[in-house]
Ligand binder design. Structure first.
Ligand code: BGC
Length: 380
């Protein structure tokens, strides 16, 4: 059932993607959230390990953008962990531009990479270059985001994306005691990028938890904007989320109506919503969800402007991918824990799903500081 809903939504999302043009350069380059400017996380320093002697194997790591804090962490962690195992690493960032990512991957193929690890910008736009990798006999691991419509992806490693959404939804249920409270509570939804396969899973996970309260009239959505295509945020850009929320606030909340819940799929969109609230809203401050525990958002959490975020420890994901790369190269069985969920339209890609956890004001110190992910100073 869950899968049927997701694949139906996926078709809608794909049509939406086609309509906006897959290969066009998104207008997000100027939209870097403040988090990008933050200092490197402590995790990077921790992950520092001397590069082992080269084992003659080269791994290409294609990352989407430096604009969001998390991809910088992912890239750095991957590079350090792979180098510590003796691999040569070609790490590239594509400024969220699909054509740039395609040519970076082509260069990796031509440059003799033995394995590719790819966090795609638009999961549906890499079919041709993936075919080239396959022709050259290069295994591909999709990193965090699934690569769609190709049989050239060998494995997928990510956090459990559906669970990210259910945790956001459950946080809202618990925070408002929706089982017992009568409501109605006003909610607005801000989802992720329509060309990122993950975005739909985040959205659907949360909606599946909240739907019964919507059906019971305990949650209402004054803007009427509910379906994924309508609430999606192109490129996950802070400024896109902000301007949409500004419009929603001025059309539906300017008369003093309270917004109780801002369900945001991740931190870059939450930041946009928080900016809009700061500029255009005078009611009681809503519950705001997020994901990634970006520094700017953790600071907002400490300041009471964001209620929670999902912590996806990029060190865990990097370590898992390095393990999978090693297993692929040595011909061992590759460690996966899900062989059903991630159908990319051509094949079900064997996946390893890491478990995300929620962070809020009560547990962020333990999760983020005690674990060495950030220093206390970085959050000041
Ligand atoms: C990732 C999220 C991230 C979003 C925007 C998603 O694919 O899973 O962690 O917030 O992209 O970069």
């Amino acid at each position: 059932m869950k899968k049927k809903v997701i694949s139906a939504l996926l078709s809608v999302a794909m049509v939406a993607t086609l309509l906006v043009g897959c290969g066009s350069k998104p207008a997000e380059e100027a939209a870097a959230p403040a988090a990008t400017e933050e200092a490197a996380p402590a995790a990077e320093a921790e992950a520092e390990a001397p590069a082992a002697e080269s084992n003659g194997t080269k791994v290409g790591v294609a990352m989407p953008t430096k604009d969001l804090q998390r991809w910088n962490q992912d890239g750095e962690n991957m590079k350090k962990s792979l180098e510590a195992e003796g691999y040569e690493v070609d790490l590239q960032y594509a400024s969220n531009d699909v054509a740039t990512q395609v040519s970076q991957i082509e260069n990796m193929i031509n440059g003799g990479c033995n394995v590719l690890v790819v966090a795609s910008i638009d999961g549906s736009s890499l079919g041709d270059v993936m075919a080239k990798a396959k022709e050259a006999g290069i295994p591909v691991v999709a990193y965090d985001r699934l690569i769609m419509n190709t049989d050239a992806v060998s494995y997928y490693a990510t956090f459990d994306n559906y669970m990210v959404g259910t945790k956001q939804g459950q946080y809202i249920v618990d925070a408002l005691d929706l089982e017992n409270a009568e409501g109605p509570f006003n909610m607005e939804i801000t989802a992720g990028a329509p060309d990122d396969n993950n975005a739909l899973y985040f959205y659907q996970g949360a909606i599946d938890v909240l739907q019964k309260y919507i059906d019971a009239g305990k949650i209402v959505i004054p803007s009427g904007q509910v379906d994924f295509a309508t609430v999606a945020t192109q490129s996950w850009a802070t400024e896109n989320a902000q301007s949409r929320m500004e419009n929603i606030l001025s059309s539906n909340y300017a008369d003093g109506t309270n917004l109780d819940i801002a369900l945001c799929s991740n931190d870059s969109t939450a930041l946009g919503v928080e900016n809009a609230l700061a500029a255009n809203y005078t009611g009681e401050y809503p519950i705001v969800t997020g994901q990634d525990c970006d520094i700017a958002n953790v600071k907002n959490m400490i300041d009471g402007k964001q209620s929670m975020s999902i912590f996806k420890d990029t060190r865990t994901l990097a370590a898992q991918v390095v393990k999978m790369v090693g297993q692929i190269l040595s011909g061992e069985a590759v460690d996966v824990n899900d062989t059903e969920t991630y159908d990319n339209g051509v094949t079900v890609v064997p996946s390893y799903l890491c478990e995300p956890v929620f962070a809020d004001i009560n547990n962020y110190k333990e999760l983020l500081i005690d674990s060495g992910y950030y220093t206390e100073d970085q959050l000041k």
